[in-house]
Design a protein around this ligand. Structure first.
Ligand code: DQA
Length: 154
């Protein structure tokens, strides 16, 4: 099982960026934890972070371009679109195009923050949404996604 973790703009600064909101864990440490858990479940963790909308769209599109007779190279996606959550019809459309199950993650509780953060272009098409649980949210999303994919396979 291949899981793609996608992170949007400024998430490369985790650990340094507004730690009172986003916590002190770095992206590297979050990914190390996810990779360890994925390996323990016989899954492969892939990761892509970008500050550019078109690069995220192209990484999602590549799932279709790489797909072979053996199926898609990515079975599930965990995405924190960051600021693009609130703006990006393009990333939404790319996810709809590839039709891979995905879970949306936000470190902070966006519903407790500014009004503009309370609308997401992803939540109504996501398989699940994890909000406000900090770095643990990624881990919960991975556990839930693998569980769902395993149920689908059996
Ligand atoms: C975020 C919330 C977004 O509103 C913000 O733009 C981010 C991070 C989160 O993880 O809490 O960059 O997605």
């Amino acid at each position: 099982m291949n899981i793609l973790v996608l992170n949007g703009p400024n998430l490369n600064l985790l650990g340094k960026r507004e730690p009172e909101i986003y916590g002190t864990a770095t992206l590297e440490s979050i990914l190390a934890d996810l990779t360890e858990y994925a390996n323990s479940q016989n899954a492969l963790l892939l990761h892509f972070q970008s500050n550019a909308e078109h690069e995220l769209v192209e990484r999602i599109q590549s799932i279709l371009l790489e797909s072979s007779s053996n199926g898609k190279p990515v079975d599930g996606i965990i995405i924190n679109p960051a600021a693009f959550t609130h703006t990006s019809v393009a990333i939404r459309d790319a996810l709809l195009a590839v039709a891979v199950p995905f879970i949306e993650v936000h470190l902070s509780n966006v519903h407790k923050r500014e009004a503009f953060r309370q609308h997401s272009y992803f939540s109504d098409i996501a398989d699940g949404v994890v909000v406000g649980l900090g770095e643990q949210g990624y881990r919960f999303a991975l556990e839930a996604l693998l569980h769902k994919l395993k149920l689908q396979q059996s």
